[in-house]
Design a protein around this ligand. Structure first.
Ligand code: CA
Length: 413
């Protein structure tokens, strides 16, 4: 049971501060550890560095980071997208030639652990301990708060995901978007975290516009007690406050996709009778987490059906509020649309293909969307954007081939 306790502590540490202390100051803002120029971008991967926001190519100059326009000065790559220098005729910079009129835009997500791709590898809970080769990965995992934003559906860029994130599709569409991503998600965050996470969003009004996602998909109902769940009016006020703060900072011409909450009953329905890697059922595992204060969602991960139903009912009500806000509210600097978080659709399609639904849920915590699910999320959200909101993704850059020929991998990630 030692491993089980370590796991419970990890989950408690990851979720306790923001998720289960109503009224306490939130821990929804995590900034890079190494950021010498204070521009919120870092040259290293972990500790809220380039796994979370595009790599800073000059950490001694706060005006150099992804998302700024740099068409005038060909000498330096101010926006770190790997495109710089003057054309051979000397009349314009490559930024002017390839990027300026291409309608570039960055990808941003404000969200929770599901937005950051929380994941504890199964090897962590195996009795024989870690192989030396695996330790490096473990260290990186801890550096990233047990999150894997580099593989997340919105801002992932890791080669292993084979292009299946919104950022990589936006990059493929327009190579000027290279490195322009910000994952501001924090484990345990919920609607009221938006106003705080906006302060960690690095953009000034004159910068390149963004395609932003707001996805707090469960923590407003994942509480210790049913009574603690966010009420609809609170949820409305918190979202409106966050959106107003966002409007004051986001560059004009940006787009925002506001997403609803999930129906977490699917977790119990799929997992409860299955065996956890620790050798107990998930029902027993959730109960153990409950007793050890490590249960990230006591309202859904419980044998109490009435609790699960009430949590889902509230989640549905909160999603309706979000849908209504997106339909009714107009903002100065961004256009907004609403989308149901498409988890149900993913499960339905997966089952129709005769596949095991447990593959869609993280096996160690029995709670988060698995990385397989992240790939499917990227596919479905991209389909929604291109079919229903093509203006959100912008045009294909006709200079992509020329950029590739001139600048190769643009410095990588
Ligand atoms: Ca550049």
């Amino acid at each position: 049971m030692r491993t089980a306790w370590i796991l419970a502590i990890l989950l408690a540490v990851s979720f306790f501060p923001a998720a289960q202390v109503p009224g306490e100051r939130e821990e929804s803002i995590h900034r890079p550890l190494v950021d010498l120029d204070g521009d919120l971008y870092a040259p290293e991967a972990g500790f809220r560095g380039s796994d979370w926001k595009g790599r800073d190519s000059d950490d001694l100059d706060a005006s150099v980071h992804p998302g700024v326009w740099d068409s005038e000065n060909g000498m330096f790559d101010d926006n770190c997208n790997g495109i710089h220098g003057w054309t051979p005729d000397g009349y314009q910079t490559y930024e002017e030639k390839f990027c300026k009129d291409s309608q570039p835009r960055g990808v941003v997500i404000f969200g929770d652990s599901a937005a950051a791709a929380f994941h504890i590898p199964k090897q962590w809970v195996k009795d024989k301990g870690l192989t030396p080769a695996y330790r490096e990965l473990v260290v990186r995992d801890v550096h990233n708060e047990m999150d894997w934003p580099q593989k997340s559906w919105a801002t992932g860029f890791d080669p292993s995901i084979e292009g299946r994130s919104i950022y990589l599709r936006m990059r493929e569409r327009n190579l000027a978007n290279h490195r322009d991503y910000q994952n501001l998600a924090v484990n345990g965050a919920k609607a009221r975290s938006l106003v705080e996470q906006v302060t960690n969003f690095q953009r000034r009004p004159g910068d390149i516009p963004v395609l932003a996602f707001i996805a707090y998909i469960g923590n407003d109902v994942c509480k210790k007690n049913i009574e603690d769940m966010t009420k609809t009016e609170e949820f409305r006020d918190q979202l409106l406050q966050g959106l107003a703060a966002l409007d004051a900072k986001i560059p004009a011409g940006s787009h925002v996709l506001l997403m609803g909450l999930v129906d977490g009953r699917i977790l119990w329905n799929v997992m409860s009778e299955r065996m956890h890697p620790l050798g107990i059922t998930y029902a027993e595992f959730y109960e153990f987490l409950h007793e050890s204060q490590g249960n990230p969602c006591r309202t859904w991960l419980t044998s109490d059906k009435a609790s699960r139903d009430r949590a889902s009912e509230r989640a549905r009500e909160l999603s309706s509020v979000a849908r209504q806000i997106a339909a009714e509210r107009k903002y100065t600097n961004f256009e907004m649309a609403y989308m149901d978080f498409p988890l149900e659709r993913i499960f339905t399609e997966w089952l129709a293909q005769g596949k095991d639904p447990a593959e869609l849920i993280e096996s160690v915590d029995g709670f988060h969307p698995s990385h397989t699910t992240h790939r499917l999320l990227a596919d479905i959200v991209w389909e929604e954007l291109t079919l229903r909101h093509p203006s959100f993704v912008g045009p294909v850059n006709p200079h992509n081939d020329a950029i590739r020929a001139q600048f190769g991998d643009q410095g990588g990630h």
